[in-house]
Ligand binder design. Structure first.
Ligand code: PRX
Length: 663
């Protein structure tokens, strides 16, 4: 975190109080904080009692073997029953669960009663395909209702899912399927993006082929979305509309232990191999449902909620598939991009569906700002009453634009800090309570304990910066890294072992009032458009290309995407070309495409710079800080610890003629 960043933040002194009417009727109030403060575990027990339990829990938290937590010990429940059947049983079967909007303009409303039938049918179908409780299922899908249905069906039968973002490549899919040994893959022929059908099924075939005899995949279930031709293998492929279409809508939901695995979500860490973050059933559902209710002040009878995240990320899991359905919400599910067929698409959907609660990422807000105020101004956005952000800090300028231009100058903004690992909101304003400051995530959610500490683990004073830690276990916390307890301990708990704190990997500052400002990652993880990418993972992808000898990747500050991937690459001599040609466009594009194929288009470096040397310390560690200076067009900082101090001159002198390489 830079001192410059800290001092910039301290000049922000605007405050936005909750609108009086909202505060009066708010779900969460000042008393909510007091109750949680007085009895943290009792507070979470109360939240848990909002759910339906097959067997009540006996103990709220078992923390006798840290960092391995058990929440709601002895309790049994069924997650899908809580997200779906419960609302039908309570007489809300006619309430719309999903307002689906396809990119080409097709729409489909699915009520809770219909969702119950669809989830039950899908549960029967996957059981018919041999899936049992505990088996893993990979889901590789576009943003369509069947994706949510597939996840809930897995939850219903107790088969942990791993959803792989549809924008990831077949290689990324293969490594995840392999790591969690998925028996079934649920996919689609494709989906609609940017006005065209994209394909998904061929990538599944490639992944299965790549894994060869070692492939754990026994079946592939394929949703027909685009009607494009797909390669077919009768041995393992079946159509969703046949298998699910013909299945019974009666399915008895079995009760599973509170700690039964619910899903594995892969996320980038500081090494080349993505980590499979394991979330379990009850604690995850309690915190996602409760935070959804409190942070968005959700009123099931009148609110229409929309989260623009893809279900392939944690935000889509916690705040599309699980939290909102557990709360019986009506929500919008949109398949496509914000600019198809035109840049007003999101605002048109908000006006059309009467969206009241809207949740998106700062990068999308900055993009809309760039597109111009006149675009949202064409639509009636007066239904909106709360706006949320997630994924990175929101800069005050974008915050105020969001509030004024989208929120009509009166909607509170909830800037929610959390992570794949935390499973649910951890630091956020509450819309009926907090006097919010643009750019600050403010304070820990009721029942959550967060702090900012120095190197030694001592809390910093107000006005000082340090590392963000979570000082007490929380219900939706990750339970481990799939198959790697040691890495779990090492990554999150070793840094402040003496204190027993969870190390989030983020830098943060407490302002004069003790409110928390997030300052970005302190490790080698980048944040591009709110998505986490690991420098090492992209470096490994680059080095796997036969022409590359060595690579270093940094995240360079970017006005729209937060950070942009910038790669410095040394080519092998055998790449054959002269220095001039080595730096040529062809190899640069080849490397960008290669990273796109290895990981996915979002990981493609914005810039690839071919260099002769990389700046290294005497012990061989690449000094990314110096490369970041170059990538951000700054004067290069202190290079005195370099083994060869002339390296930076060489790199900077080769920089002058680079241009934006993006397609
Ligand atoms: O650096 C923080 C940033 O995103 C990281 C978590 O990324 P991921 O696991 O992909 O989850 C993103 C969606 C929950 C964090 O370590 N981050 C997330 N939300 C915020 C944020 N940084 C600042 N402010 C936020 N509101």
């Amino acid at each position: 975190m830079s001192d410059e960043g800290i001092s910039n933040l301290s000049t922000e002194d605007r405050r936005f109080d909750p609108p009086a009417e909202l505060a009066e009727n708010a779900n969460a109030t000042a008393e909510t904080y007091q109750r949680a403060e007085a009895d943290r575990l009792g507070f979470w027990a109360d939240a848990a009692h909002q759910l339906d339990w097959g067997t009540p829990f006996e103990e709220v938290l078992d923390w006798s073997d840290p960092p391995f937590a058990k929440w709601f010990v002895g309790g049994k429940l069924n997650v899908a029953h809580n997200c779906v059947d419960r609302h039908v049983e309570a007489g809300h079967g006619d309430r719309v669960a999903l307002h689906f909007v396809g990119e080409p303009g097709d729409t489909r409303d699915i009520t809770y009663a219909e969702l119950k039938d669809e989830v039950s049918k899908a549960a029967n179908a996957i059981e018919e395909l041999g899936v049992e409780a505990g088996d893993r299922v990979a889901i590789y899908m576009p943003m369509i209702p069947e994706t949510v249905i597939a996840m809930l069906a897995c939850a219903r039968v107790g088969a942990p899912h791993t959803v792989v973002f549809g924008g990831f490549s077949s290689d990324a899919l293969a490594s995840r399927v392999d790591d969690c040994e998925a028996k079934l893959v649920i996919t689609a022929d494709g989906g609609y993006r940017r006005g065209n059908p994209s394909s998904l099924k061929p990538a599944v075939d490639e992944a299965v082929a790549k894994l060869g005899d070692a492939s754990p995949v026994e079946n592939v279930l394929v949703v027909r979305r685009t009607e494009q031709d797909v390669p077919w293998d009768d041995e393992i492929d079946s159509w969703w509309h046949e298998a699910v279409g013909n299945a019974s809508s009666e399915h008895e939901a079995q009760m599973f232990d509170a700690e039964h695995p619910l899903f594995v979500m892969y996320t980038s860490g500081t090494t080349g191999k993505p980590k499979g973050i394991l979330h379990t059933s009850a604690g995850y559902l309690v915190q996602t449902a409760y935070t959804f209710w409190a942070t968005f002040d959700h009123k099931p009878e009148t609110d229409v909620y929309w989260c623009t995240a893809d279900v392939g990320w944690i935000t889509g899991h916690s705040y599309i598939t699980y939290g909102p359905t557990a709360a019986g919400a009506t929500q919008v599910l949109y398949e496509g991009t914000p600019d198809t067929p035109d840049k007003g698409r999101w605002w048109e959907i908000i006006a059309d569906k009467g969206v009241t609660l809207f949740y998106t990422a700062p990068t999308a807000i900055r993009t809309s700002m760039k597109w111009g105020d006149e675009i949202p101004a064409r639509h009636d956005l007066s239904s909106l009453r709360i706006l949320g952000t997630v994924g990175e800090s929101i800069n005050p300028e974008a915050y105020v634009w969001y509030r004024d231009t989208i929120g009509g100058g009166s909607t509170p903004i909830v800037d929610t800090w959390w992570q794949t690992e935390t499973g649910a909101h951890m630091i956020t304003p509450l819309p009926g309570v907090t006097s919010a400051k643009p750019g600050s995530a403010m304070t820990a959610f009721p029942g959550i304990a967060a702090d900012v500490v120095d190197d030694a683990g001592t809390p910093v004073g107000n006005g000082e910066g340090g590392y963000l830690v979570l000082t007490e276990p929380w219900p939706a916390m990750l339970r481990t890294i799939w198959g790697d307890d040691e890495r779990f301990r090492e990554t999150y708990w070793a840094r402040f072992e003496a204190q027993g704190y969870y190390f989030a990997g983020d830098g943060a500052k407490k302002d004069a009032d003790g409110d928390i400002w997030l300052l970005g990652r302190v490790d080698d993880v980048m944040n591009v458009s709110g998505h986490r990418l690991s420098t090492t993972e992209i470096e490994s992808a680059l080095v796997s290309h036969p022409k590359v000898a060595e690579a270093a990747v940094v995240g360079a500050a970017d006005d729209t995407t937060g950070q942009a991937v910038c790669a410095f690459v040394i080519l092998r001599d055998s790449a054959g070309a002269s220095t001039d040609e080595q730096g040529g466009e062809d190899v640069v594009q080849e490397l960008r495409t290669h990273v796109g194929k290895e990981i996915g288009p979002i990981a493609k470096p914005r810039k690839v710079l071919i260099v002769q040397e990389l700046p290294k310390t005497r012990s061989g560690k690449i000094m990314r800080r110096l490369l970041r200076d170059v990538a951000e067009n700054r004067e290069v900082g202190d290079a005195s610890t370099l083994a060869d101090s002339s390296v930076m001159d060489l790199i900077t002198s080769g920089m002058s003629d680079t241009k934006n390489q993006e397609d």
